[in-house]
Design a protein around this ligand. Structure first.
Ligand SMILES: *Cc1c(COP(=O)(O)O)cnc(C)c1O
Length: 427
């Protein structure tokens, strides 16, 4: 039965049997008991599915991952310990030393660093392209060893809306999948798979958890990418894995499950970046109200953006739902019900004025966090993006006066009054 997304938010991923717990049980167990060594051997050979060690898989996590897979319209999903781990696995599951990936230049600062510095040290090359580049520029970014394209639905904090369809077409023309970080939009506001994305990643730390209580990540596979049609590019999926007695993931598990099974069997086994079952339980509580909260985040975001766009103490406002915004048209296409609660704006007077404004806020707290029920804000140039030089900052759309203001689900009039009095401190 196909259900509306609201129903999936509340009930997806877990259906208790007669007399079983109504809420997803927290399976607080590192290990699982078997009657015979043969039973266990089958699990290690990937001959049978089941749990044996929580470093790889845990039932609590799998219920919550199944809910997120249903929300995104995917065929399989896994939870990771953080959004960073999800981004890393999503690429490393496809690319290794000598390979290359095309990424949008406006992606989250942490992802940029992961790609441009850490994964580069692993021998994977990245070409960063502007999300607004021409088709020719996008085309020119591909190489024979390109293995994936990576972008964000709504870039954090630049609030650039990616033309997902265009990037998907380019990726597919080169026989590689499009990976989309859908953290800011959430599946409530955009389902990238419907626009051609093949793999979706999340920092569940943000709106999905929504209450600032647990760091986590998720990877969802659409099941749509035909790996065998490009077998020479993806030997990890299309040729035998010697660490599992020569099974070939795509042959054994099909397009719907091969990618997530490989990421679980190899990457979770070797890196162990699993989400704690306790955190998965908290994440699920957040997911149950995601649809209700996203609507309020968007309502508050638009009210605050409209107020800011009328203020003479503000140089510029970036919010995709604001008429006249550079990404307004793309937002109407990909985010018809609203984008997110995050508004970026430039405080008149530059870096010092931005810092002074933030000091005078009472309701909005200064936090290295975003997309939370409580309103918070950040000055990226002195926090998340401080490892970048001015040139790199400008390239990813960050100016020194930029304040990233994450509207929570409080009353919009209270948020505006708080901003109003803090901006007045700059007069
Ligand atoms: C926060 C964030 C990440 C990283 O997630 P963590 O859970 O902090 O590791 C990745 N992508 C986006 C868009 C984010 O906002």
């Amino acid at each position: 039965m196909s259900k509306h997304i609201e129903t999936t938010c509340v009930q997806g991923g877990y259906t208790p049997g007669n007399g079983e717990p109504r809420q997803i049980p927290i399976i607080q167990s590192t290990t699982f008991k078997y009657d015979t060594s043969e039973d266990m051997g089958k699990l290690f050979d990937l001959e049978a599915s089941g749990y044996f060690y929580t470093r790889l898989q845990n039932p609590t996590n799998d219920h919550v991952a199944a809910k997120i897979a249903a929300l995104e319209g995917g065929t399989a999903a896994m939870l990771t310990s953080s959004g960073q781990a999800a981004s890393f696995f999503s690429v490393f599951n496809l690319a290794g030393v000598g390979d290359h990936v095309v990424a949008s230049s406006t992606i989250y600062g942490g992802t940029y660093n992961l790609f441009a510095v850490t994964m580069k040290r692993m021998g994977i090359d990245f070409t960063f392209v502007s999300p607004d580049c021409t088709d020719e520029e996008l085309e020119a970014a591909f190489r024979p060893n390109t293995k994936a394209v990576f972008g964000e639905t709504i870039a954090n904090p630049a609030l650039v809306v990616l033309d997902i369809e265009r990037f998907a077409k380019a990726a597919h023309a080169h026989g590689v999948p499009l990976i989309i970080d859908n953290t800011f939009a959430t599946p409530v506001n955009c389902r990238p798979i419907e626009w051609g994305a093949d793999i979706v990643v999340h920092s569940t730390t943000k709106y999905m958890d929504g209450h600032g209580s647990a760091v986590g990540g998720c990877i969802v596979d659409s099941g749509k990418f035909d790996w065998m049609a490009h077998a020479e590019k993806f030997p990890g999926l299309c040729t035998p894995d010697e660490s599992y007695h020569g099974i070939t993931y795509v042959t054994k598990f099909g397009n719907g499950a091969a990618y997530i099974t490989k990421a679980t069997a190899q990457l979770m086994r070797d890196f162990g970046a699993i989400q704690a079952p306790q955190n998965a339980f908290l994440l699920n509580l957040g997911l149950e109200s995601l649809h209700v909260r996203m609507a309020r985040h968007c309502e508050n975001g638009l009210a605050v953006a409209k107020y800011l766009s009328r203020s003479d103490m503000v140089d510029w406002v970036r919010y995709p739902d604001l008429p006249g915004d550079k990404y307004y048209e793309l937002a109407r296409k990909y985010l018809p019900n609203g984008s997110c609660g995050v508004v970026s704006f430039g405080v008149k007077g530059g870096r010092k004025a931005a810092e002074n404004f933030m000091k005078h806020l009472h309701i909005a707290a200064i936090e290295t966090h975003v997309a939370d029920a409580r309103t918070c804000c950040l000055h990226p140039a002195s926090a998340t993006h401080r490892q970048m030089n001015d040139d790199e900052l400008r390239k990813c759309g960050i100016l020194p006066e930029l304040v990233r203001f994450s509207c929570g689900i409080e009353n919009a009039e209270d948020l505006i009054a708080d901003i109003d009095q803090a901006l007045a401190a700059n007069r």
